[in-house]
Design a protein around this ligand. Structure first.
Ligand SMILES: Nc1nc2c(ncn2[C@@H]2O[C@H](COP(=O)(O)OP(=O)(O)OP(=O)(O)O)[C@@H](O)[C@H]2O)c(=O)[nH]1
Ligand code: SF4
Ligand SMILES: [Mg+2]
Length: 406
């Protein structure tokens, strides 16, 4: 189960002021020393992640954060890291103590409301500060998900009871707050059909394995009781005549899309993994609009290329080299192009005229939707690498065709 990608796990953000017992709570419910605990406020300085199977929710990732009232020299940076978890969390679990409710907790509540994410309150340290009826009533008016506990000096059965209560609350939150579930490919062709996947195995491909978007697509096709035929682009043309009929859909890597389309009959739906992921992870309509805005760019406009994870950039890296080159060639403009990677996504998006995002396979759908909404709020079009490539190559309409009627 630990093989489940983090981006597909239910993400639980643990927030609160310093020293309320956030890390102690994480250690108690995971049964491991995941986070450092100490009486010194400001012990947790960065986000601590713990993946596990948590019943009855399934694969989850807990995100322990720095206290939001941290007033140390590094507090701004710590707060920024905690704020990045706001975009990721499928649930806000806020730890506090009896009688402790003020501007910080209200601020967390506002953030959860804004993100439309369920809000859980855990009143900790009840061994020293028992939960009063008045405080319980106050919290019940904030959220239906309130629990209390102590993280020290409790026996195994008490620990199990806390884990059980938290599990039930999380399961209820999962029902209430999961972002609209989006299929990847299953609704694009009939059950029992055949999808041909064209996958380049070149120097850019990882050794000995397929990449996650390809694996996820194959898995969803199999889950839908359909068949997937996986072929390299060099073999695609010779494999097609071996089939007794036409495939129901062809899905290829964006970098070979022109070649594949040239060999595919016009009435066979054909798209790319990138288009599938633009819809699965984010908002395909916005991403299509973003690609179409490439032609509206003007001289000296600033474009952001956003990679959601850090990886060693290859010599002819897609995000750092190829897309900037194709973008300049296509527009004929001297554009200013910035690249960001990992979770260091800039907040000052208004300076950009376009964002070209990677496929976001490492981000959750909630995180990517949040990036799409943030861009929309600031009036900046956003698209992804694959859509931009199809646009540069003049096959945009063709790869969008399978989605027209949906
Ligand atoms: N009495 C009592 N002490 C607790 C409880 N939970 C945590 N503590 C103590 O409170 C102190 C702070 O605990 P942490 O888990 O480090 O708190 P935190 O919220 O992660 O703190 P920062 O990382 O500094 O923001 C430690 O001394 C813990 O032993 C509890 O339920 N009861
Ligand atoms: S850069 Fe984006 S698409 Fe590529 S592996 Fe990282 S998260 Fe996935
Ligand atoms: Mg801590």
């Amino acid at each position: 189960m630990n093989n489940v990608s983090k981006s597909l796990r239910f993400q639980i953000g643990i927030f609160g002021r310093t020293n309320v017992g956030k890390s102690s709570f994480l250690n108690m419910i995971t049964g491991q020393k995941v986070s450092i605990v100490s009486p010194q406020p400001g012990t947790t300085t960065d986000v601590v992640e713990k993946v596990m199977e948590y019943r009855p929710v399934g694969p989850v990732v807990f995100l322990d954060t720095a206290g939001i009232d941290d007033s140390s020299r590094l507090s701004t940076e710590r707060l920024q890291r905690t704020e990045a978890v706001f975009d990721r969390a499928d649930v806000f679990a806020v730890i506090t103590e009896n009688g402790f409710w003020g501007e910080y907790e209200d601020w967390l509540r506002e953030k959860a409301l804004l993100k439309k994410v369920p809000f859980v309150i855990i009143v900790n340290k009840i061994d020293v500060y028992p939960l009063s009826d008045d405080f319980q009533k106050k919290l019940n008016a904030v959220t239906p998900h309130v629990m209390s506990c102590s993280c020290v000096d409790i026996d195994n059965s008490e620990k199990e009871a806390v884990k059980d209560t938290f599990g039930k609350i999380l399961a209820a939150c999962g029902e209430e707050g999961s972002p609209h579930k989006q299929t990847l490919v299953r609704d694009l062709f009939p059950k029992g059909g055949l999808a041909v996947l064209v996958v380049p195995v070149d120097a850019g491909a990882p050794k000995g394995r397929l990449i996650m978007p390809q694996v996820q697509t194959i898995r969803e096709i199999l889950d839908g009781d359909s068949a997937a035929l996986v072929v390299k682009e060099s073999e695609y043309g010779s494999v097609l005549p071996m089939l007794s009929g036409k495939p129901d859909i062809v899905i290829c890597d964006s970098q070979v899309v022109q070649k594949v389309i040239a060999q595919t009959e016009q009435d066979v739906p054909c798209t790319t993994f990138s288009v599938l992921f633009a819809r699965f992870k984010g908002d395909l309509t916005k991403a299509a609009g973003g690609a179409a805005s490439i032609n509206k760019l003007k001289k000296c406009d600033r474009v952001l290329i956003a990679e959601a994870c850090t990886h060693h950039a290859a010599e002819d890296d897609i995000g750092r080299v190829k897309i900037p080159r194709w973008l300049r060639q296509h527009t004929g403009l001297d554009l200013q192009i910035d690249v960001c990677s990992g979770r260091d996504y800039p907040r000052d998006l208004e300076q950009y005229s376009l964002i070209i995002h990677c496929g976001a396979c490492m981000l959750t759908r909630r995180e990517m939707l949040s990036r799409c909404s943030e861009a929309a709020e600031k009036g900046v079009p956003i698209t992804n690498y694959g859509l931009a490539i199809s646009y540069f190559q003049g096959v945009f309409e063709r790869v969008m065709e399978p989605f027209r009627e949906l």
